[in-house]
Each structure stands twice: as structure tokens, then as C-alpha cells.
Write a protein that binds this ligand. Structure first.
Ligand SMILES: Nc1ncnc2c1ncn2[C@@H]1O[C@H](COP(=O)(O)OP(=O)(O)OP(=O)(O)O)[C@@H](O)[C@H]1O
Length: 331
């Protein structure tokens, strides 16, 4: 049995001249909560649609739960639950009636046990008490959870949720996030696409990052974090000497970020603080001298140190660097 729930090799999709997905090698480990991250338009939905057999690939190979797709579609799909492009439900019917209709449409689902299946799915997503209410009275978060309940009418090994928290308020977002967590605790592999880094950081064990249809990073979150760069941050009234000395020691200076520029003064790329000192940032490659050696060298060169430290690049810094775009970090 393959240890990957989803695997793509060289997956490519063109729409006319436009390359929506380019040579994508995705590896979703079984049992993971896999964040599929990227700015809008980076190819996430297209990839998900191909994985679910809703669209065809231009080139490449796709395996879901160890089976080749789309060849094994009819055998694999019953083991996969999906929520793509928002939930669709009849607003004038109750949540329960909606699920009954869906269950009745599944020719493998025995009618005799329908009521239990529907009740269990509603309970599973925390809608046990709201099943009798009409869907038009549901909040967006409740509608989204009903969509997930629909995917859970039969036990699933893999759940694929496309932007499940899109448009939800903070309460709805929390509800869906907790649900994703508990689904994973039950042993399902869950793929969640999102353009929100915070979303992925809070629930996922693994992530892949897309940019313009290409994969720019993939791995466990721990792994992705540890690949972040370290930087030296020096606060000093002598930025010019500091820069010269760091350059002499072979360190590349980091351009000052938007954060620093927002504070105003930034002659020659340094952030001036109000008391006349400036922050100088330098990349610290793995083979850089130890921080204490650098501090000693700066002092010997006549630099007055007011602050000195090593800062680890955050996951957000790293993803912004990888995708060339900002992520919405707010909820
Ligand atoms: N049916 C289509 N016909 C033509 N172009 C398409 C089609 N579907 C998607 N695209 C294009 O392919 C690219 C990738 O789109 P896709 O929807 O997969 O990105 P995404 O990362 O899921 O973004 P979003 O979060 O906005 O859905 C986009 O530039 C989009 O305009």
C-alpha cells in the first residue's frame, strides 16, 4: 500500500495558452493534514479538480489512495470526500432533509440505515441540534459544516476541502478548523487548500506552496520552518562601519523590510530609530562565523553596539519570499 494518499508526477494543466499547473510533483502523506497553500490563481483549485477526477490533466500522472487516476475513479471516489467551490444545499429544506436527499442519491447507500447515517454525519460536524432547521437560517459556518457532513455520509479515507474557511467569520473559521483537526484525529488524511498562512499553520502537519502553477516548497511544517534563514540584527549608532565590517566578514546585507521603512528614515537601507541608532540586518548562512565572533569583530572595528541578536525567519517571511506575494495573515 502506498504511504501517500495523493501523489502527482509532472502534473500539468493548460487552458489554451495559459499554464495553470506546471510539472507538479505533489506528495500528500497518509494521515497528514496537508495545507495546499498559495495566492489566488496559483493553481490550487485546478489541481484539486484534477485529483478528484472533475477535470482532466494535460500531462502527468495522478495517484489517489495508491490507485491510478482517472482509471480507477469509480473505485477510489467512494473512499474520498470532497468540498469544492462551496457547499450547495437547498435553502428551504432542513440540513437533515438535504443530507437525506444526498444519501438517497447514492445507490450504494441502503435506505434502511439512512436515518442513522444522516444523524451521525450531522453529529460529527456539530449540527446534531440544528438538523431540523432550514438551511437558509444557517450561518455560513454551519452551511460549510453541512457541506462537510455531506462528504461524511460514508466513512472516508481522504477528505479534500477547497478553501473551507473562505468567507467565514472568526467563529465559523474556528468551527471549521476544529472540525478539520478532529477529522484528522479520526485517522483520515485531510487536504485543505487555503490562501491563508495562519490557517495552514494552525491545523496542518504538512504543506505545499504554489506560485503561478508551480510548486515552490513542500514538506512537513517543521521541515519548512527549519529551512528558514537566520539573520543577524544589529542596533547601532554606527551603521556605516557595521555594514563595512559585516561585508568584510563575508555577510550579505538584507534589504530593509517594509516594516522598517514604515517607521520613516531609511538612509542607505538602514532603519533609523528615534534615538539616532539604526538597525542593520545581514543574512547568516550556515557557514557564517559564530554570533559571538561577529560581535567581537564589530566591537574591535569600533562599532558601538546597542543591540545584537540572531533572528530566525518566520514561516510567513519564508512563504512571502517563496511566492513573491503577501499572504493574508489576518482571519
Ligand atoms: N476553466 C478555466 N479556463 C481558463 N482558465 C482557467 C480555468 N480555471 C482556472 N483557470 C486559470 O488557471 C489559473 C489557476 O486557477 P486556479 O483556480 O486553479 O487557482 P487557485 O490557486 O485555486 O486560485 P483561487 O483560490 O482563486 O481559486 C488562473 O490563472 C485561472 O484564471
Amino acid at each position: 500500500m502506498s504511504d501517500l494518499a495523493v501523489r502527482t508526477d509532472g502534473l500539468t494543466k493548460r487552458f489554451g495558452k495559459q499554464l495553470a499547473v506546471a510539472d507538479l510533483d505533489l506528495a500528500v502523506p497518509r494521515g497528514s493534514v496537508f495545507g495546499f497553500l498559495g495566492p489566488n490563481g496559483s493553481g490550487k483549485t485546478t489541481t484539486i479538480r484534477i485529483v478528484l477526477g472533475l477535470a482532466s490533466a494535460t500531462a502527468g500522472r495522478v495517484q489517489v489512495l495508491g490507485q491510478d487516476m482517472p482509471g480507477s475513479l469509480s473505485r477510489v471516489l467512494p473512499r474520498v470526500g470532497a468540498l469544492v467551490e462551496g457547499p450547495a444545499a437547498y435553502p428551504f429544506l432542513s440540513g437533515e432533509a438535504n443530507l437525506r436527499r444526498l444519501d438517497a442519491a447514492d445507490r450504494h447507500a441502503p435506505a434502511g440505515t439512512r436515518a442513522q447515517r444522516v444523524a451521525a454525519a450531522l453529529d460529527r460536524v456539530g449540527l446534531g441540534n440544528a438538523g431540523g432547521k432550514r438551511v437558509r437560517a444557517y450561518s455560513l459556518g454551519m452551511k460549510q459544516r453541512l457541506g462537510i457532513a455531506a462528504a461524511l455520509l460514508v466513512p472516508r479515507e481522504l477528505l479534500v476541502l477547497d478553501e473551507p474557511t473562505n468567507g467565514l467569520d472568526p467563529q465559523g473559521t474556528r468551527e471549521v478548523r476544529n472540525l478539520v483537526r478532529s477529522l484528522a484525529e479520526d485517522g483520515a488524511t485531510v487536504v485543505v487548500s487555503s490562501h491563508l498562512l495562519a490557517e495552514v499553520e494552525q491545523v496542518c502537519s504538512h504543506a505545499a506552496v504554489m506560485r503561478h502553477g508551480r510548486l515552490v516548497a513542500q514538506g512537513s511544517l517543521e521541515d519548512l520552518r527549519s529551512r528558514g534563514r537566520s539573520r543577524l540584527r544589529v542596533l547601532t549608532p554606527d551603521p556605516a562601519v557595521t555594514r563595512a565590517e559585516l561585508a568584510r566578514l563575508g555577510l550579505g546585507l538584507t534589504p530593509v523590510t517594509a516594516d522598517a521603512q514604515r517607521d520613516g528614515h531609511h538612509d542607505t537601507g538602514d532603519e533609523r530609530t528615534t534615538d539616532g541608532a539604526a538597525v542593520v540586518l545581514a543574512d547568516l548562512p550556515e557557514d557564517a562565523p559564530l554570533p559571538e565572533t561577529l560581535a567581537e569583530a564589530l566591537v574591535a572595528a569600533g562599532v558601538r553596539l546597542r543591540g545584537f541578536g540572531v533572528v530566525q525567519e518566520t514561516l510567513e517571511d519564508r512563504f512571502v519570499a517563496l511566492t513573491g506575494e503577501g499572504f493574508d495573515v489576518a482571519q
